[in-house]
Structure formats: C-alpha cells, structure tokens
Ligand binder design. Structure first.
Ligand code: C2O
Length: 527
C-alpha cells in the first residue's frame, strides 16, 4: 500500500503541523473527537482525506459477476428493528473488517480499502487516479447498489455467515430521523460501528427540510427515473431528487448537524464518507427507496431506464474472494433475483404511504439519455455563471398570457412534463451548499417551509473533499424540478411575471454565513 503520509508531507507543509493525526490513528482507536477538533483543523482534515484512492492493482482482467441465483434470499431490516443477536452480528462483521485492515493492510477487502472504493468512484477526492464519477447522474443508484452488495458479501464471508445482511437506516420513518443507536452505542472505539468524526448525539434530529414527509413525498412522486434518480453523466447529465435532499442532506447532517456546512469528514465529504460504517445503512435506505419508487402507482408506471448506455455500464470491485469483479447495471436492477436480497418494510407506519404495487412495467421505450425537450421559457443565462449570496435570490421573467397558456397546455398534455432546469451549477469541490428552490414565491426566505405550495425542491451539494490543497476545482452539475402539477394547479401571477427564488440555507433552516455556488442557466422546458 502507498505511503500516503510521506506524499502528503512533501507536498503540503501545513499538513506537518498535524503529523500525528493520520488515518492510521483513526483506525487504531487512540483518537477522540476532542483530538480531532484540537488540531489545526484544515490540516487535520486534509490528513483524513486520502490523496490516492486507487484499489490494489489487479493481477487479472476482471471476472464477470455471476448472480448467485441458488442462494436463499437475505432480508435487510431496519436498523431500528434489529434484535440483540443481529446487532452483535453486525458489530462482529465490522470488527472483522477493521481487523483485516489492521492485520493485512494490503487486502482489498479490509476496512480502509473498502472506504477507498467510494473515494475512487468519486472524482473529487484525489488528483490523478480516478474511477468514473458515479454521482450527479443515473449511475448513482446502480453503482451504490453494486458496492453495497459486494461490501455485504465481504462482511458475510469474514464472519462466515452467508445469511448476513446490511441493515437500512430509515430516516424517512416517523421518529427515525435520528442516528441509529447501534452505530453510536457505545460512542467510542470499542464499538466497531463508531466513527470519531460524527457530530451528532442521541438527541440530535434530522430536520424535516432534509428527510421530512414533504421531501420524501416530493422524491417518491417524481414521474421519471431521470427526475427521481438522475440521467446521463457529468456536464450533460442531471442529478436526481433522491440524490439531493434526503441523500446529500443526511451526509452533511451526520458530520455537522449544527450548520451542515462547512464540510466535515467523514460522512460530510464524499471522498471519506464510506470510512464511516453508517454510510452503508444510509445507502441501504436509498437503495430501498429505489424499490419503493418503482412500486409506487403512477401513470405511466415508474420504470428504470431502458437505454443500453445505462444497462450495459460496468463497474469493477474486489469481491469477497478478493476477485477483481466486473458487474453490469443490468445485473443489479432486479436485486432479489440476481443479488438475492430484499427489504423487510419498516414495521412503523411510513410518513408517506407507499401506494400499492404498480401494474407490470410497460414494454421498454427507447429514449435518449436526455429527452428531447421543447423550450418554453428562458429565465436566466450567463456563460460565466451567476454567483449566489447567502440571501434569497429571485429571478423574474415576463410571462405574458400567451406564454402562460403555452405552459398550461404543455402541462396538460399527456406524457409531457414541464421542467424547471438549473444548469451549470458550479461549487468548489471543498464546499457544500444547500439551496431551496421556489416557484412564484418571490418573498420566500429561510423561514418558508418545504410544505409551501411554491417549493419545488432543493439543490444539495456534498463536498468531494475538504481542502483545495487536493487540487480540485469545481463540481459541475445540473438539476431539474418537475413543475407540471404546479403549472396546472397553482395560478400563475396575474401581473404576468413568473419568478424563481433560490434560498440558501444551512442546518436548522438558518441563513448560511457564506455560499460558493454559481449557476449558468435557468429555464423551463417541456419533455
Ligand atoms: Cu456515493 Cu452517499 O454517496
């Protein structure tokens, strides 16, 4: 394994100030939260983020993943519903994972390399060697599903219990918007599920503007996979609703619930998030909500993409036998059939009742990654980007009766959606951002709740890394909000002016002290 410490110290003299704090110390159990915050924080945090995330160099070409179709189906349960024996088994599995790293740091299955897998596929965390970016687009759900599956199989193999399954942290179930107890009880290094970088305690609650019923209803109500979970990749892609407020919001909350910003390792930064074992139960819930979304009744029925560019995309991981394994998106879409696990629904009443199972999916329709769209209304465009300030930012655009009629006609056309796009969102890789977006609510402030009829969704940016010393510039993404129902039901302004209001916020819904976010273009189009 590379000696990250020497690379770090040669390149960054600041880091030497905190030389004693290295990733190794975090593992060894000598570190407490106090020690983290007492060290010059930027340097300490920089030490905590690996510079190189590449997996051990494989000795073979990847072996194709073989679905284990003869295995019994394993059941993933809510972490709040595990019995004592299941909690001990979960702890034993992560203890074995950490022990493997201690005894064989070069083993790709150990705790440290498992965390690096996420960093490798998250292009912000290192300078040169990167896997494909799997955030901000349509690989977000299937990549994390494959990662969780192989992680689960590694844990199962380490404790020699093929029935082992990951739990899910159902922050969307009423009363469960709090940190799952097994992961912080006890809150010290004797608990293999503990991570010293969290800033939550048993009384901290996730605010409703991140995971509350209005947010979850909005996410599960998204009409297309693209709106729900993203489409395409990179500068031409679009980040989906589930990746934003519930997913990104929970990441930020675990590491820094007071303000959510600035970025804090581990969970609050994508490059380090998977070093915290709770990452996997957070993502198991995201994965479960994918299935819930597919089973939510809608017309047309919710469906996965049918494009080959999505289905035939492959990812590589080391599996439980340390085999370099290639797995296709197509091999994970039916998780019960090919990966042999399913979710036991939470016993508590969900805040948003899942509708009964939908009719069988229609035959796949060929559709380009980004649907052909009909331009309806240009709202703002600036090639260099417009910078937000911490105050609400309102854009006004004339919408005379003819434009309003056109929007209403488009909104009323079957199979068409009216979409508010915010494109070219640029955030420095070491900054996060949270921005609520409102339509025709020019007076919206941080006090305006997400239950407001004008709320359309949030922009949530999880930083990739913690310091610009890592040499990263900006994360670029696009987001889209379905405003079809709002155009159809909410009266458009009589004055003929349509407004889009962007409201930066931080934890507790307060105004942030600063924000570093630019956007290039805002427009409404029909798809
Ligand atoms: Cu790959 Cu929760 O992020």
């Amino acid at each position: 394994m590379r000696d990250r410490r020497s690379i770090r110290e040669q390149n960054d003299p600041d880091a030497m100030a905190c030389r004693a704090l290295t990733r190794r110390d975090f593992v060894a159990g000598s570190l407490t939260i106090g020690a983290v915050s007492s060290c010059a924080s930027a340097a300490a945090l920089a030490q905590a983020v690996p510079l190189h995330c590449a997996p051990p160099t494989p000795v073979t070409v990847p072996t194709p993943f073989v679905p284990e179709i003869s295995q019994p189906v394993r059941v993933r349960k809510s972490v709040f519903e595990l019995n004592a024996q299941e909690i001990s088994r979960l702890k034993a599995a992560y203890a074995a994972l950490r022990r493997l790293y201690e005894e064989h740091p070069e083993d790709a299955r150990g705790w440290y390399y498992q965390g690096l897998v996420h960093c490798w596929y998250c292009s912000g965390a290192l300078n040169a060697i990167v896997g494909p970016e799997i955030h901000n687009g349509w690989y977000f759900l299937p990549w994390h599903r494959a990662y969780l599956h192989l992680h689960e199989r590694i844990l199962a193999a380490l404790i020699n219990d093929p029935t082992f399954s990951l739990p899910y942290w159902d922050w969307d179930t009423p009363g469960r918007n709090r940190f799952p107890p097994p992961y912080m009880d006890p809150a010290d290094q004797t608990n293999p599920l503990f991570d010293p970088f969290r800033a939550i305690d048993a009384s901290t609650r996730i605010p409703d503007n991140l995971t509350g019923p209005d947010v979850i209803k909005n996410v599960l109500g998204q009409a297309t996979f693209g709106l729900f979970a993203g489409v395409g990749q990179g500068a031409s892609g679009q980040r989906g609703a589930i990746e934003r407020a519930p997913h990104g919001g929970v990441h930020l909350w675990v590491a820094n619930p007071a303000t959510l910003l600035p970025p804090q390792v581990n969970m609050g930064v994508l490059g380090t998030a998977a070093f915290d074992p709770v990452f996997f139960s957070h993502h198991a819930n995201i994965d479960r909500l994918w299935t819930v979304w597919l089973n939510t009744t809608a017309d047309p029925p919710h469906a996965n993409p049918s494009e080959e560019a999505w289905l035939l995309q492959d990812f590589v991981f080391y599996d439980q036998r340390r085999q370099w394994t290639q797995i296709l998106v197509d091999q994970v879409v039916d998780s019960e059939a090919t990966l042999r696990y399913r979710y036991q629904p939470p016993s508590a009443q969900p805040a948003v009742a899942a509708a009964p199972a939908a009719a069988p999916a229609p035959p796949p329709r060929a559709a380009p990654a980004r649907l052909a769209s009909t331009m309806a209304l240009e709202i703002a465009t600036s090639p260099g980007g417009t910078a937000l300030t911490p105050d609400p930012h309102t854009l006004r655009v004339a919408a005379p009766p003819a434009v309003q009629d056109r929007l209403r006609t488009l909104a009323a056309t079957p199979q068409r959606r009216v979409i508010l796009h915010i494109d070219g969102i640029q955030v420095p890789s070491d900054r996060g951002a949270l921005v609520n977006v409102f339509l025709n609510r020019p007076d919206a402030t941080t006090a305006t709740p997400v239950s407001d009829p004008g709320f359309v969704g949030a922009i949530v940016e999880v930083p990739n890394t913690v310091t610009s010393a890592h040499g990263h510039q900006t994360t670029l993404s696009n987001v889209a909000f379905d405003i079809t129902a709002k155009i159809a039901s909410v009266p458009l302004p009589a004055g003929g002016e349509l407004t889009v209001t962007l409201v930066p916020f931080q934890g507790g819904g307060a105004r942030p002290a600063e924000i570093s976010l630019r956007y290039r273009r805002i427009y409404i189009a029909a798809e």
